[in-house]
Design a protein around this ligand. Structure first.
Ligand code: FES
Ligand code: FE2
Length: 440
């Protein structure tokens, strides 16, 4: 067996004895209850917007979406009251710009609804308000009513560029006013920067689910940061769970998990009950966990950072990238990206992008459709459940959570959030440093 991959982390955190706890591997992580004030406080949310989202590298999209010169997409960041354009310039460079016209501030690129993202191909962006045109490099190319401008004020107009960086084709932007505090490489850390190469660009068949739900953005992410709830919430979507006896279900624990700087991951075991349980699964050659036909290319060998312990019977390998996305590999040959975007302290927008290898025939396409139907069903079970959680938290009966060892990722993530907000408060001498996880 090749060596455990542990660039930048302590390899001993990746394995444990039966009677050990994963959380014990992190002596500086408090094991007492965790305050969930960050889920129910509008004031905390306002701080979080600046302390977390303004400073972090944020996911924008995949490089394949802007493969050709002129291709672009827009992305809404309601949490920062911003929108951006990512465009492959006709000079060959991919750039990001704030999606606003520098003349009188009209939102530049949108179609029917200015709040909705769009994508397309163009030679130039024309502002709908007074007809100024900007090249795909952000420079002004068309000035209307030329004689009415004062001096060079018209000619000098240009779109405002935003730092953009790519990590294995995942494009990130940083909207910190003074520029990024860290490079994307520093932000991700060596473990992820060096160990995540995989042919993501080959999985170009994408199914997208977007929606708004009434819960704090961290709540839904928490649901995807543990597998503890799966056997209770998802029995219908994953029928094999119904076939397992209670003891086997109870034994479904992660194969490994680790906190990696601000980020973290877990690897869950594969469905131990064989593949198809229902007729519809058999006919469409898919289960809730993915299309099951022999794919054009076998991609079951994960990048080292996604399977550092070289386990053969991995089912999912789920990577939480701070602050608000998860990249999840599913056995056998597909991956997805979850995005959790805050809209208010108690409202969020989720986006789920399922990526498959392009279907070669109708039955493979049916398999993809069959899978996303089941998978989105499962996601809706989580989302619906989280609305109930938000309502429960807001009753204010309890103020903190006792998290189990299976919920280490949640503990680590909430600690990061509280630390970022505490640092922000300290820097600005803001009151209220008491908002911290409760100590034992
Ligand atoms: S606001 Fe864009 S051209 Fe006037
Ligand atoms: Fe779930």
């Amino acid at each position: 067996m090749s060596e455990i991959y542990s660039v930048g982390i302590d390899p001993t955190v990746l394995a444990k004895e039966l009677d050990e706890k994963w959380t014990d591997k992190y002596p500086d992580i408090d094991q007492s209850r965790v305050s969930y004030e960050s889920m129910t406080s509008p004031e905390f949310y306002e701080l979080e917007r600046e302390a977390v989202f303004r400073r972090s590298w944020l996911y924008a999209g995949r490089a394949e979406w802007v493969d050709r010169p002129g291709q672009f997409f827009t992305k809404e960041y309601e949490v920062l009251r911003n929108s951006i354009i990512v465009v492959h310039g006709h000079d060959g460079n991919v750039r990001a710009f704030y999606n606003v016209c520098p003349h009188r501030g009209n939102k530049l690129v949108w179609k029917d609804d200015p709040g909705e993202p769009i994508e397309g191909v163009c030679n130039r962006f024309y502002c709908k308000y007074h007809g100024l045109g900007y090249g795909t490099d952000g420079k002004l190319e068309v000035l209307t009513d030329r004689r009415s401008w004062f001096g060079d004020q018209g000619k000098e107009l240009a779109l405002a560029e935003i730092p953009l960086a790519s990590w294995n084709g995942f494009l990130f932007v940083n909207m910190n006013p003074g520029g990024p505090e860290q490079t994307l490489r520093e932000f991700l850390g060596d473990y992820y920067w060096e160990g995540f190469a995989w042919p993501f660009e080959k999985l170009t068949e994408r199914f997208v689910a977007r929606g708004v739900t009434q819960c704090n953005w961290k709540g839904l992410m928490d649901a995807f940061n543990e597998i503890y709830h799966g056997v209770y919430v998802h029995k219908e979507a994953f029928p094999y769970l119904q076939k397992m006896d209670f003891d086997a279900l109870q034994a479904m624990h992660v194969k490994t998990m680790a906190l990696v700087g601000q980020h973290g991951f877990y690897i869950s075991p594969r469905n131990p009950q064989g593949l198809f349980v229902t007729d519809i699964e058999r006919i469409s050659q898919c289960t809730g966990t993915g299309p099951q036909y022999p794919a054009a290319e076998d991609l079951t060998r994960l990048p080292p950072a996604a399977n550092p312990i070289h386990t053969d019977d991995w089912g999912t390998s789920s990577h939480f990238i701070f602050p608000n996305i998860q990249i999840q590999f599913y056995y056998p040959n597909w991956y997805l990206v979850y995005q959790y975007w805050p809209l208010a302290y108690d409202r969020m927008r989720f986006e789920i992008d399922c990526h498959y290898q392009p279907s070669r025939n109708f039955s493979e396409l049916i398999s993809h459709y069959g899978h996303v139907a089941t998978f989105w069903d499962a996601a809706l079970q989580d989302i619906n459940n989280l609305e109930a959680t938000q309502k429960g938290l807001e009753m204010g009966v309890f103020q903190n959570w006792p998290l189990t060892d299976q919920e280490l990722m949640i503990r680590g993530f909430h600690r990061q959030i509280y630390d970022h907000v505490a640092r922000y408060r300290e820097e600005r001498n803001l009151e209220g440093a008491a908002i911290r996880p409760e100590r034992r």
